[in-house]
Design a protein around this ligand. Structure first.
Ligand code: F6R
Length: 254
């Protein structure tokens, strides 16, 4: 696990965008595993800038997103499909036919999860998976539980996740309570994992993820077992780890 310190959100985003750019330049047909939420917004905006300057070409890339709320159509402004279109896809030259996200409108959870797992397999797996992390240690929507869920699965979101997501909805009762998410096996199957986190509210969970037991109560802790994980955080998100295990941080300023 390589842990990179950055000063602030802007610099975290730029570093993450650099890593993704390197992937796209070295392998133009890359399968990019993407995430939604507030953490990757700056990364996407930096990638868009570099694309507009002519430094990046996404025309041969594929995208597979981590998750989608159940019940929301792609045109619903709160859906993750809409988020991806508005915040990244419509600004770059990715072929929309090569972008993928679980279909939140498919009521047959087993069929939808099996379809998504097969799609990832048929693409040859994910080259780089971008992740944020929930305050409770969730990755994708793999919530703390008593076992690691392997493949794409339909989850009941926890109260804390629903509360954290309320900021995106007008009323808490509008927040969907279920989602389809890639499972831990698909995430761990990615050739590279890039996790980003910013802000003091993520400091405890970043420390637990990196130094705690590997347990399904903290789903992100499983990343300790992956052989190519890069964690890029701002100073605040690293504040607890910097106290507990400073040697784990590659470039902690002295
Ligand atoms: C989003 C996702 C979630 C978020 C996590 C952090 O596709 O899968 O795991 O990455 O909830 O969200 P933010 O970035 O909003 O703090």
């Amino acid at each position: 696990m390589k842990i990179i310190y950055t000063e602030d959100y802007k610099s975290m985003s730029r570093t993450a965008a650099n890593i993704i750019s390197a992937q796209v330049i070295l392998k133009p047909t890359s399968v990019l595993g993407l995430a939604t939420g507030s953490s990757p917004l700056g990364t996407y905006s930096q990638l868009i800038d570099w694309y507009k300057k002519g430094d990046l070409d996404f025309s041969q890339c594929y995208a597979v997103n981590l998750d989608e709320y159940c019940g929301l159509t792609k045109t619903n402004e709160q859906s993750y499909a809409y988020f991806m279109y508005e915040n990244l896809f419509k600004h770059i030259n990715i072929d929309m036919a090569r972008t993928n996200i679980p279909d939140g409108t498919n009521p047959d959870a087993d069929a939808e999860c099996a379809r998504y797992d097969k799609l990832i397999e048929d693409l040859g797996g994910i080259d780089i998976q971008l992740l944020g992390i929930g305050h409770n240690g969730h990755i994708g929507f793999n919530e703390p539980s008593d076992s690691f869920k392997k493949g794409t699965n339909c989850v009941h979101l926890t109260r804390s996740t629903i509360e954290a997501n309320t900021r995106f909805f007008e009323r808490e009762e509008d927040v969907p309570t279920k989602a389809y998410t890639m499972g831990i096996k698909s995430i761990m199957g990615a050739k590279k994992v890039l996790l980003i986190a910013n802000g003091a509210a993520k400091a405890d969970i970043i420390c637990r993820m990196a130094t705690g037991d590997i347990e399904p109560e903290c789903p992100a802790s499983v990343l300790q077992l992956h052989n190519d994980v890069t964690i890029v955080c701002d100073k605040e998100a690293l504040s607890v780890l910097a106290q507990k295990a400073p040697e784990m941080i590659t470039n902690l300023p002295r």
